[in-house]
Design a protein around this ligand. Sequence first.
Ligand code: BTN
Length: 241
Amino acid sequence: MFSSYKNKIAEWDWYDLKQVSSTNDSIKELNKDKLPAVISAKEQTGGRGRCGRKWYGLDGNLYFTFSLKIARQELSRYVCIIGLSLAKTIKNIAPFIDVKIKWPNDIFLNDKKVTGILIENIADDIWAVGIGVNIKASPEIKDMPYKATSLKENGITSERSVFLRQYLEQLTLDIKEYQEQGFTYIREQWLQMALNLGKEVTIKNGDTEKTGQFLTLDENGYLILKREDKEERIIAGDLFI
Ligand code: BTN
C-alpha cells in the first residue's frame, strides 16, 4: 500500500493502487493514523453501489474513496455538498454540458447516470466517501430504470488522476464555503442543478414507496415531498419518475 503513495491532494494523502476489490474496503483497512487519505484504483473487481447493487469496473474509469470527518447531524448536508462538487467539477471541464444532480447525489448527463457515490461509516464521525466516475466507458445496466453514460460519450475528455485532483480541490472549496457561510448558498446551487425538481416522483426506501411532488430541499438537505397537501421530509431513498 505504501509503495503506491503518490503525494497529497489538498488535505488527503493519496494512494493510487493497481487493483483492489473495493476502494471503500481498502480505506477501512488503512490504519487510522494514515487518515485523511484518498485511495484510487486502476481496477476494481468487487465495486459496490448503493442498496446492495454492483458497480462495474471498466478500463479507464475512476474509482476512489476518501475519508471525511462529518458529524452525524451534518451528514445529509454533506451528502448534498459531495454531489454538488462532483457536478461542478464536470461543469468546470465542460461548461456547455447540462449537468444534473438526481437526489440524493447521482450525477446525470442527458438523463443517463455518469457517477455514483457510496458513503459508509469508518468509525465514529469518520466516513468513507466512495465515488465512481465513468470517464471512458459505461456499463449496460439491466433491471434499472435509467441508463449509464460516460464523460467520453458526451464529448468530455479527462483522465482519472486529473479528474480526481480537480474534484477534491472543488470539494475543499465547497466545504470551506459551507463552513463559512452556511448551507443556504450550497442548497441554492444544488437546486439549480436538480433533476426532476417540481415533478411527480416516487421515493423508494426498502419496502416503502412514497409518491408526490418533489418540492425542494430543506435546510438539512432532506427532500421535501408534497403528498395530498402535506409536506413530508425524506431523509434517504432512491428517486424514480
Ligand atoms: C451507486 O450509485 O450505487 C454508488 C456507486 C459507488 C461506486 C464507487 S466506485 C469507488 C467506491 N468503491 C466501491 O466499491 N464503491 C464506490
